[in-house]
Design a protein around this ligand. Structure first.
Ligand SMILES: [Zn+2]
Length: 231
């Protein structure tokens, strides 16, 4: 007997597919007794995460940090360019290595954490070059992007069956964000007049987002698309 939905082989006593939870039911077949093929509640042991690899990778990040700091200190007597190198490496480490110290890294914690790290790094750069662009520009852009991505992940986790609707909304929101970004660049830096380059991605992203929203709400259109593209 095989699952009518996903095609996995089923034990004779199986009442529900263990993979996709489709009920196994055929009124004409008597259900013979038997052991289920897959044990319930027992999962194969997860492979041990290698602590040694984590330590080596961390050392590979710390070593260039130390070397640049020492070189910079020896040459200039203070921390100048090495601050950018170390800050950049720490931001990369925060996003790519730190989560793997945990057995189940939660993206809803690490994504905002990473954007906080990026924000602090940008604040540091602004401070070292005596700029005036963090509060009016870098902070709002980093904060909005971080909140946007965190909200997207939270929605996908909360409503896993609503992916099309969520991504449709996200694409439209991204288009609006780009237009606001162009406006902000124009407001803060006054380097050029408002060109409107962001209207092109805005139109494309909104059309694409609306298409996804339409597909998510209209079952017939969605099925037709699935058949056409084998999505
Ligand atoms: Zn199945």
């Amino acid at each position: 007997m095989y699952c009518a939905n996903c095609g996995v082989k089923l034990g004779d006593a199986e009442t529900v597919c263990p993979l996709c939870a489709t009920p196994v039911y055929h009124p004409a077949l008597p259900r013979p007794a038997g052991e289920p093929l897959y044990p319930r509640g027992h999962y194969p042991p997860q492979p041990e995460r290698s602590l040694a690899a984590q330590i080596v990778v961390t050392a590979l990040f710390l070593l260039p940090c130390l070397i640049t700091l020492v070189c910079n200190w020896q040459i200039s007597g203070r921390i100048t360019w090495s601050g950018y190198v170390v800050g950049g490496l720490l931001v990369v480490y925060l996003g790519s290595v730190l989560p793997f110290w945990f057995s189940r890294p939660d993206s809803l914690i690490f994504v905002p954490l990473w954007f906080t790290g990026v924000g602090l790094f940008l604040k540091y750069i602004e401070h070292s070059v005596s700029g005036q662009w963090f509060m009016p520009f870098a902070l709002p852009v980093t904060a909005v992007l971080g909140l946007f991505l965190t909200a997207l992940l939270a929605l996908l986790r909360r409503f896993p069956k609503r992916k099309l609707l969520i991504f449709g909304g996200a694409f439209a929101a991204l288009g609006v964000f780009l237009t606001l970004l162009e406006w902000l660049i124009y407001e803060v830096f006054q380097r050029h007049r408002f060109l409107g380059w962001s209207f092109y991605p805005l139109i494309v992203l909104i059309l694409f987002g609306l298409t996804l929203v339409f597909l998510s709400l209209n079952r017939n259109a969605r099925d037709a698309m699935y058949r056409k593209f084998f999505l």
